[in-house]
Unconditional design. Structure first.
Length: 81
């Protein structure tokens, strides 16, 4: 399952976020979205979680929790249209 993680502090790093998610299950990858011109974080990321049950658990445990000073939004990512 692909998970969306939003409202992130701009200083969050991919490896730190991955470690936090891995407390709730296996994570294949974390991709922090950056502005292509400046290289700065846009404040959101996507994580690929191979087990749907673990992904749903991550979402329920982490959504609306504080992470590095900001309240995260964690939900299932919707496919691009």
């Amino acid at each position: 399952m692909n998970i969306y993680i939003g409202n992130l502090n701009y200083r969050v790093r991919e490896d730190d976020l991955k470690r936090t998610l891995e407390e709730f299950g296996e994570v294949d990858s974390v991709r922090l979205i950056k502005d292509r011109d400046t290289g700065r974080s846009k404040g959101f990321a996507f994580a690929e979680v191979p087990d749907d049950e673990e992904a749903r658990n991550m979402i329920s445990e982490l959504n609306e929790t504080e992470y590095q000073g900001r309240q995260m939004i964690v939900k299932e990512a919707l496919p691009k249209r």
